[in-house]
Design a binder for this molecule. Structure first.
Ligand code: NA7
Length: 544
């Protein structure tokens, strides 16, 4: 990467980092504007999250007819989903189909990790350096690095001494793992663990589930997708998508308008029963105030706890499985036979809240001074969410400032799209945007379309630099926090707050409410990209 190169026109218009749902659509959309785009992807295949997360039972918890692109009516019509909730292999084939169908592969460089992205203030270009030491210059960078892509691996003492294999759910071996006849420990009880545990339990000789925080999970009730149902949605796809976009989470959670406290105990029970039986995310929308009012929230929490008592036969295990924190404050999970798994004789629940994991040993792990002997350990310990993938790249903006330093007290971005001091660097579903509180595919499409519109507007104004103003960014973050504080979300130690990673600043990262966010973005555009500074390279403004 020579400084000489940066004095000239950049080699590329846009570098996109990541070839998951975000990167693939960004490539298609921006290439459609006639821009020269290249995607760098660390994996040896496309798919992002769905390339890496191959653990047993991995599937999406948004219904397949919704968790798919809406940008191409032809694609919507030709692809057939087979289940209510698509499995990881099916989503990965879908994304491979998208890559082929839109001839995306010729601009995707696989097996290439971006190590650094450095802004050159003289040329107004980004210098991108990849793991193989190559460099390329681009005018714009789109970080399509995913919200849940940097695995969180707690550094337990003695980890190197463990003699068996260690797996992370987010980096699962492609050839799969056969746990037959093995003693296995799973660390964690979040969404990934809850999907994997029932399947590992069926194979393993013995499974120890190491639980720090009990999780609320409701039955997914996955099933084959009825062809008639699929045809019905396909016949009205545009209206179906529009309807989803009107929902807080850009997905049909079938939220009811009624407060849980207005309903009688019998009526509440009936609603919860119905939704439990129907399965899936609708349970979280049983009443309108579950995440607003602690008393309302407690009714859902009590209901799930009562179900655990009904399912789990050993009363002591049932008690330990009962969550005590605010219901759905951490992401609500959807399972297939999770609580039933604890009725199996080969499954033991270990409370690592009371007795934290002290160390890994050559033959297992130690908690509460006692050694649990196992042959394999599965880390289902989640991700350094929303900021992890970005902070692992050496991103430097104006004056050589590192993004890691700019975000030392927590991520700061205007609309979750751009960070002051980092011109022409777009974040897809970045912190401060609805992202993980929504159907990600809808949020990704909205962000990519915003970026495409922005680049078109820049071209027609003869500008080529755009940057978030600090004032607009500060005001936006204040608003994101105010919205979060009006809910119960900040009341538990979730990854939404970065609380799962030691030392990470406690900041509520996603923005609640897709429709409000989209309206705000529209307003920003109508007001001439309000809150953004636009200029020509070589004539850089000092942002407000
Ligand atoms: P999550 O939901 O972050 O779950 C991680 C789990 O690992 C959770 O139960 C954690 O307990 C546990 N954990 C993390 N560190 C430790 C240590 N040091 N000791 C014991 N237990 C630990 O990640 P997932 O992969 O399941 O799901 C991530 C998202 O992917 C999910 O929300 C969906 O959106 C898809 P804790 O709760 O922190 O006490």
């Amino acid at each position: 990467m020579s400084s000489h190169a940066t004095k000239h026109r950049p080699e590329l218009d846009v570098v996109v980092v990541g070839a998951g749902f975000g990167g693939l659509y960004a490539l298609h959309r921006l290439r459609g504007l006639g821009l020269k785009v290249r995607v760098f992807e660390a994996g040896d295949g496309v798919g992002g999250t769905w390339y890496w997360n191959r653990y047993p039972g991995c599937r999406c918890d948004i219904e397949s007819l919704e968790y798919s692109y809406s940008f191409s009516p032809e694609l919507e019509q030709e692809w057939n989903w087979t289940e209510r909730y698509a499995s990881q292999p099916e989503i990965l084939s879908y994304l491979n189909h998208v890559a082929d169908r839109f001839d995306l592969r010729r601009d995707i460089q696989l097996g290439t990790r971006v190590e650094a992205a450095v802004f050159d203030e003289i040329s107004g270009c980004w210098n991108i350096r990849t793991g193989d030491g190559e460099g390329v210059t681009a005018r714009w960078v789109v970080m399509a690095t995913g919200c849940l892509s940097a695995p969180n691996t707690p550094p337990f003492p003695g980890q190197e001494s463990f003699e068996g294999p260690i797996y992370h759910t987010g980096r699962w071996p492609h050839e799969g793992v056969d746990f037959s006849g093995r003693r296995v420990a799973v660390i964690g009880t979040g969404s990934s663990a809850i999907q994997a545990i029932p399947i590992i339990a069926e194979q393993a000789e013995h499974l120890h589930v190491l639980q720090r925080t009990a999780t609320y999970t409701v039955p997914a009730r996955n099933r084959p997708l009825d062809p008639a149902e699929q045809a019905r949605v396909k016949a009205m796809y545009p209206a179906f998508r529009d309807g989803a976009r009107q929902q807080l989470a850009a997905a049909y959670f079938h939220s009811r308008e009624q407060s849980a406290l207005e309903a009688s105990p019998e009526e509440r029970r009936r609603v919860y029963d119905e939704r439990w039986d129907r399965g899936g995310s609708g349970f979280g929308g049983s009443f309108s105030d579950l995440l607003l009012n602690p008393e309302a929230n407690a009714t859902a929490a009590d209901y799930v706890r009562s179900r655990i008592s009904e399912i789990v036969r050993d009363p002591e295990t049932a008690e330990r499985l009962k969550p005590s924190q605010v219901f759905a404050c951490k992401r609500l999970c959807f399972d297939t036979g999770y609580y039933d798994t604890f009725n199996r004789p080969n499954v033991t629940l270990v409370d690592v809240r009371a007795d934290p994991i002290e160390a890994l040993t050559p033959r297992g792990l130690r908690t509460g001074g006692r050694e649990i002997e196992v042959d394999s350990i599965v880390f289902a310990t989640g991700f350094d969410a929303m900021t992890g993938a970005l902070s692992r790249i050496d991103i430097r903006g104006r004056g050589g400032q590192a993004l890691r330093d700019a975000w030392a007290e927590g991520p700061r971005a205007y609309l979750g799209l751009m960070t002051a001091g980092f011109p022409n660097l777009f974040l897809l579903t970045g912190p401060g945007s609805p992202s993980v509180l929504t159907n990600m595919v809808m949020s990704i499409e909205q962000h990519v379309d915003f970026i495409a519109g922005c680049l078109e507007a820049l071209a027609s104004d003869g500008a080529d630099l755009i940057e978030a103003s600090r004032r607009a960014q500060d005001a936006w973050i204040e608003h994101v926090n105010a919205v979060a504080d009006s809910t119960l979300y900040p009341r538990c130690n979730s990854w939404y707050l970065g609380a799962n990673v030691a030392g990470k600043p406690r900041v509520f990262m996603p923005y609640l409410g897709f429709p409000g966010y989209v309206a705000r973005c529209r307003e920003v555009v109508e007001n001439g990209y309000q809150g953004f500074e636009r200029s020509r390279a070589g004539a850089l403004p000092q942002p407000a």
